[in-house]
Design a protein around this ligand. Structure first.
Ligand SMILES: [Mn+2]
Length: 461
């Protein structure tokens, strides 16, 4: 795009020199300045900035964006001259201390503060990240084998952060394995490691001594029962409840996700961010912040915006919506046949199901049925009754209703739009009644409707 840059001297030429995406004509006051700019092969015109004539030579279409940096006292005449030639050109004024009083009309005034805020501060933050990174590398680079340790049932934020740390350190998997003392239980998290091909190793605590250094992500030493000895690096966003003993610690509890912190490290390091890594980090931020709804800072939104175009959204969809096994379709068919939609609540009892996640998956599915504001899907898994609840989001909090309906019988809770209860069948038999399909479904619906009806006020009022 061609610009018209207006300034008495060569300040704008020095501040905004021509570049591949940015070229134009510098409008200056003196022939000497024009000559200096022209000697460098750049385009300039000279003349009285308060006179239309110089702008007739500078503009070609009259629609070129204009950037103006001139002393405040001369501004009114100069702007009038520009407007006489190019009345509709987009115009940005570089401001100064007197700008509070300037009425710029439709023009944009770029206050001096914003240069600090938009140009200097982000670069300072990058420099801070680089300095932190240098500290981490000084501690970890001498180690032949670095253990990247996550919590016992690692979640997407932990897994993505671990993968990112390995890239930040420029290490191959063997030189920095990603490990947990526990195992990954949630199916979406297992799907994440499979679809994105991330190697998470189960590790015995005793094996920690085989490594030359331990780096923790999304977790702190005090979260472990095991004693871990010397910890080299801790990068985490959980509040520091006990002082963390580590050679380098970076704990930012205002952040929604450790993945956000690692995204900053990757950018500071100018590391190559593959599609796989971007997808993992984006999922890490999404999962920990409930799609930027919970505990989100500007940094999380910034990292999210940076990663979004780099990620594989097909892979993300496959992770978030796990496959439904063929055998589950018969269970689904049974559920569909016995479904009941009552006052906007879709009740479905599936009977015995192979594993608990199917109940949750079908709860998502049944919420899509026309007229359903809630879906309440139940199933029997081993000796437990699982109830998954979803709602459209603008009604009462799901977690609250589920606690009221089932809290006295077992584990129950959740968030605004999703919740679940898990009740031992023995408790249900003793306290409520039969666990055969019909009485069970009827009791679940009755308890849920009671809880829903007894709510004090709908959400948002
Ligand atoms: Mn986290």
């Amino acid at each position: 795009m061609r610009y018209v840059l207006v300034c008495t001297d060569d300040f704008l030429w020095k501040l905004l020199p021509p570049s591949p995406g940015f070229h134009g004509v510098y409008v200056v006051s003196t022939v000497a300045t024009r000559a200096r700019i022209a000697r460098h092969g750049d385009e300039a015109v000279a003349g009285d900035l308060g006179d239309e004539a110089v702008y007739r030579r500078a503009f070609r279409t009259g629609h070129e964006p204009v950037i103006v940096a001139v002393p405040p006292l001369r501004r009114p005449r100069i702007l009038a001259a520009i407007r006489a030639v190019a009345p509709t050109a987009p115009l940005v004024l570089l401001g100064d201390e007197s700008d509070a009083e300037v009425d710029a009309g439709d023009d944009i005034v770029l206050p001096r503060d914003s240069v600090l805020e938009r140009v200097v501060v982000p670069e300072v933050e990058r420099a801070v990240a680089r300095a932190r990174l240098a500290k981490i590398r000084r501690v970890l680079d001498p180690a032949a084998r670095v253990l990247i340790l996550m919590q016992d049932d690692p979640d997407p934020d932990a897994i993505a952060s671990a993968l990112a740390l390995r890239v930040v350190l420029g290490r191959r998997p063997a030189a920095a394995p990603i490990a947990t003392f526990g195992r990954i239980t949630r199916p979406e998290n297992r799907a994440m490691t499979q679809i994105l091909d991330i190697d998470v190793e189960p590790l015995e605590p005793a094996a920690v001594s085989d490594f030359d250094a331990v780096a923790m992500v999304d977790v702190q030493p005090s979260f472990f029962e095991e004693r871990l000895g010397d910890v080299a690096v801790v990068i985490d966003h959980h509040p520091e409840e006990q002082p963390v003993q580590a050679r380098v610690k970076d704990i930012r509890s205002s952040y929604g996700a450790t993945s956000t912190m690692l995204t900053e490290y990757l950018r500071a390091a100018d590391a190559k961010i593959t599609t796989r890594l971007a997808t993992a980090l984006l999922y890490g931020i999404k999962a920990d912040t409930l799609y930027l709804e919970r505990g989100t800072t500007r940094a999380d939104v910034e990292a999210f915006g940076f990663l979004h175009p780099l990620a594989n959204h097909n892979a993300l969809r496959r992770i978030e919506r796990p496959d439904i096994p063929d055998a589950a379709l018969d269970i689904l068919a049974l559920g569909i046949r016995h479904r009941r939609l009552v006052d906007g609540v879709m009740f479905v009892h599936l009977g015995p199901v192979g594993y608990p996640e199917l109940v949750a998956q079908f709860a998502d599915l049944f919420l899509q049925i026309e007229g359903a504001e809630w879906s309440v899907v139940s199933g029997l898994v081993n000796d437990e009754l699982h109830v998954s609840v979803r709602n459209v989001g603008y009604v009462r909090r799901a977690g609250e209703v589920v606690r009221a309906a089932f809290g006295e019988l077992g584990g129950a809770g959740g968030h605004r739009a999703m919740a679940k209860a898990v009740i031992p069948l023995a408790t249900w038999r003793a306290r409520v009644g039969g666990v055969e399909a019909e009485p069970l479904a009827a009791s679940i619906a009755a308890r849920f409707r009671d809880a829903l009806g007894s709510g004090r006020a709908p959400l948002g009022s």
